[in-house]
Design a protein around this ligand. Structure first.
Ligand code: UDX
Ligand code: UDX
Ligand code: ADP
Length: 480
């Protein structure tokens, strides 16, 4: 029986291993982590991450051929294939601070593998890491090998949160990079055999190590660039009276461009896009390619611009001050169907409003008060450390209250900001909400989820990203 161990029971490791266990009953899969509460949660009815369909998959396999454990050493030593899916935060100090990946967790995982292995192993790089990490890991392993042979593979994950199970069941492609030696090719084949249990052969692509690593960064950069492109257009739409939904649709019907991933928004978030691009920029700079670095930096600059533009629009519409005004924030997660708040645009928007002394009442169906307070007090880049190593918030933000209902959040508010596209926000009783709010009542829709015309009929002043402006907003031009 083939044994797989995955180091790191996070958003990537957990769902990916659960699906491997489901699709390959003949393989034993152990997911290990240094975080005791995280493993306890994986072994309970309340999984540590919210992902549609995940509960069912875990219930079916847990205890059968899927195990969650803190005994890292035991499971690593028994495994034939070890996936490494640990955090790769952005460095906050030293060389490459603010851009380069901090490989502390990767290195410590590699050292554990080297310490406990008694048989040959295939080590699979699964976290988002910069190009050439595999080589560094290979060096740690071979220099500590005690005669054991390691083959390093890069098998980047392309799943998106909120659709992780769907993406894992039916991936566009599985990418496996390895050494071009006979041993490397054998290792690639072994991993291919795992995925071939359910993924059609022609969707399993094999490349050299560096191409696989770079493809992951490139794919994320291209996706983020699409959003920054459509968001840049959204600013121009507002200035000219064009409608971003119509423009994006017209552009997307060109089969060379395609219709997906063209929704204008308050900005992209998530653990991958910004971090991946910063990494790419760093690699370009290290390789003497400043023009290429500059090109990709612009994607992040537009994303930051989109968030500050949104805040400016709110403040300027409300007579240039939100001081002491209650603002309801609907949605805090970085996208719908997840409780994940890593790099969510809501953090920057809320901080911007708090900077202007607003009082915020925040509602998100999947994000807890603790998490929101931690996000609003944490330093940039600190979020990407294992939970138990994250600094505790020294204080909470007093101007922020977190509530469990959109009606409670909007009661007596001057304005509403919609920052995540949760489906339930489309079905809110806006007539009731309008009655309970201060007047004039504003809605700032950062995700284009509500029917702006209907809301205007009720009496709201509505701002929607990239849409023709209300006369009110035209008279109150945002400082951009
Ligand atoms: C992304 C990649 O899609 C995935 O392939 C990779 O493995 C990890 O990074 P994820 O971050 O989970 O996945 O979510 P994604 O759906 O890509 O959304 C990222 C951000 O872009 C979200 O904040 C989302 O709201 C935003 N977005 C997405 C838009 O603003 N407009 C769009 O049209 C699409
Ligand atoms: C373009 C648009 O495609 C078309 O829709 C519009 O109406 C006019 O502008 P055109 O300039 O005729 O058409 O040719 P196109 O095939 O788009 O190529 C433009 C340039 O891009 C060429 O120099 C081509 O060699 C180059 N190109 C195209 C690449 O370098 N790589 C590619 O993958 C595609
Ligand atoms: P991702 O989104 O890439 O899955 P997460 O932060 O959700 O990232 O998960 C990474 C997990 O890896 C965390 O649960 C963390 O505790 C775990 N981890 C980090 N370093 C180690 C290590 N050396 N050994 C075991 N687990 C680790």
């Amino acid at each position: 029986m083939v044994k797989i161990c995955c180091i790191g029971a996070g958003y990537v490791g957990g769902p990916t291993m659960a699906v491997i266990a489901l699709k390959c009953p003949s393989i034993e899969v152990a997911v290990v982590d240094i975080s005791v509460p995280r493993i306890a949660a994986w072994n309970s009815d309340q999984l540590p991450i919210y992902e549609p369909g995940l509960d069912g998959v875990v219930k079916e396999c847990r205890g059968r051929n899927l195990f969650f454990s803190t005994d890292v050493e035991k499971h690593v030593s028994e495994a034939d294939i070890v996936f490494v899916s640990v955090n790769t935060p952005t460095k906050t100090q030293g060389l490459g601070a603010g851009k380069a990946a901090d490989l502390t967790y990767w290195e410590s995982a590699a050292r554990v593998i080297a310490d406990v292995s008694k048989s040959d192993k295939i080590v699979v790089e699964k976290s988002t890491v910069p190009v050439k990490t595999a080589e560094a890991i290979e060096k740690i392993l071979t220099h500590n090998s005690k005669g054991i042979k390691y083959q390093i593979l890069s098998n980047p994950e392309f799943l998106a949160e909120g659709t992780a199970i769907k993406d894992l069941f039916n991936p566009d492609r599985v990418l496996i990079g390895g050494r071009e030696t006979p041993e490397g090719q054998k290792a690639i084949q072994a991993l291919k055999d795992v995925y071939a249990h359910w993924v059609p052969e022609d969707r399993i692509l094999t490349t050299n190590l560096w191409s696989a690593e770079l493809s992951k960064l490139a794919a994320n950069a291209f996706l983020a660039q699409r959003i920054s492109s459509v968001n840049a257009m959204s600013a121009l739409c507002e200035a000219t009276g064009a409608n971003i939904t119509q423009v994006a649709y017209s552009v997307g019907t060109d089969s060379r461009i395609g219709p997906k991933f063209l929704n204008a928004s308050v900005g992209f978030g998530g653990s991958c896009f910004q971090k991946g691009i910063l990494n790419l920029v760093y690699i370009c700079e290290c390789n003497g390619l400043p023009e290429v670095a500059e090109y990709w930096k612009q994607v992040i600059k537009i994303n930051d611009y989109q968030k500050s533009r949104f805040v400016n629009r709110i403040v300027s519409s409300m007579f240039n001050t939100v001081s002491s005004k209650k603002i309801a924030v609907l949605g805090f997660a970085f996208k719908k169907d997840t409780g994940d708040t890593r790099e969510t645009p809501a953090i920057d928007v809320c901080k911007g409003l708090l900077g202007d002394k607003a009082r915020l009442s925040i509602y998100d169906p999947q994000v807890t008060e603790d998490q929101i307070q931690r996000d609003l007090t944490m330093k940039k880049f600190d979020w990407d450390h294992p939970l138990h190593l994250q600094p505790m918030s020294p204080t909470t933000v007093k101007q922020v209250s977190v509530v469990w209902d959109a009606y409670e959040a909007t009661k007596d508010a001057h304005g509403i900001c919609i920052l995540t596209e949760w489906d339930e926000f489309k079905d809110l009783d806006f007539q009731r909400i309008y009655k309970s709010m201060q007047k004039p009542a504003f809605v700032f829709d950062g995700r284009n989820v509500v029917d702006a015309d209907k809301l205007r009929e009720i009496g709201f002043i509505v701002y929607a990203i990239g849409k023709p402006l209300d006369p009110w907003l035209k008279d109150m031009p945002a400082v951009v």
